[in-house]
Ligand binder design. Structure first.
Ligand SMILES: N[C@@H](CCC(=O)N[C@@H](CS)C(=O)NCC(=O)O)C(=O)O
Length: 208
């Protein structure tokens, strides 16, 4: 088994944090080469994205949450996708919100503004995808709204999806740190996000 990652990129980091929370060690290879992925990896990977998990029988599993679910099924403790129907649904809802409204919004800013990603406005494409500067401002607006919604949720709950740490916190933390990298950390009024961040960033898994 091998996990393919790309340096500090947020999607592979979601899996690395998940594995650390589970106390699992999986052989890992960084297939990044600066702002590019190594040719050997791209030739073998149909979706051209990290993370990618390769099983011993050659099966390739992409998508961070699909990989996490694979390990959750094999190692259910501690549960990071919930224990009962209600928890599972809330975690699924918040994880998806954090990914779609948070992580993808930061990605929109990052991919459309960083010079090293010129002609790579979207990841996973083998053909040039131009950057669209107008998406940078829209992405910033989306990130601001996301952190506002997250703050309202964290005003009511200790963790993103309720009373327990879950994959929703992992995606939210990776989103927060990715946002910091592009100067989009929440402003000082997001006091509940700040309280939550101080707590989850201190977990050993956040050092991945
Ligand atoms: N939906 C995918 C997104 C994966 C993704 O966007 N990975 C980025 C790193 S964060 C990547 O490998 N991009 C390759 C590229 O830009 O060429 C997941 O959840 O794993």
């Amino acid at each position: 088994m091998k996990l393919y990652i790309w340096g500090p990129a947020p999607n592979p980091r979601r899996v690395r944090m998940f594995l650390a929370e589970k106390g699992l060690e999986v052989p890992t290879e960084d297939v990044g080469a600066g702002a590019l992925l190594k040719r050997e990896f791209l030739e073998r990977s149909p979706h051209r994205l990290t993370p990618m998990l390769e099983l011993d029988d050659g099966t390739l599993i992409g998508e961070a949450m699909a990989i996490c679910r694979y390990f959750e099924a094999l190692h259910p403790e501690p549960p990071l996708f919930g224990r009962d129907a209600k928890q599972t649904a809330l975690i699924e809802m918040w994880e998806r919100k954090c990914e779609q409204e948070g992580l993808l919004a930061v990605g929109e800013v990052f991919r459309n503004s960083i010079p090293a990603f010129a002609d790579r406005g979207l990841g996973g494409f083998s053909v040039p995808v131009p950057q669209i500067p107008a998406l940078v401002e829209r992405g910033k607006l989306r990130v601001r709204v996301f952190f506002g919604n997250l703050d309202a949720q964290l005003a009511q709950h200790p963790f993103v999806a309720g009373d327990a740490f879950s994959v929703a916190d992992i995606t939210a933390l990776c989103t927060y740190d990715f946002a910091k990298r592009v100067g989009l950390a929440p402003d000082a009024s997001a006091v509940h996000v700040a309280r939550w961040y101080a707590q989850v960033a201190a977990r050993p898994s956040a050092n991945t």
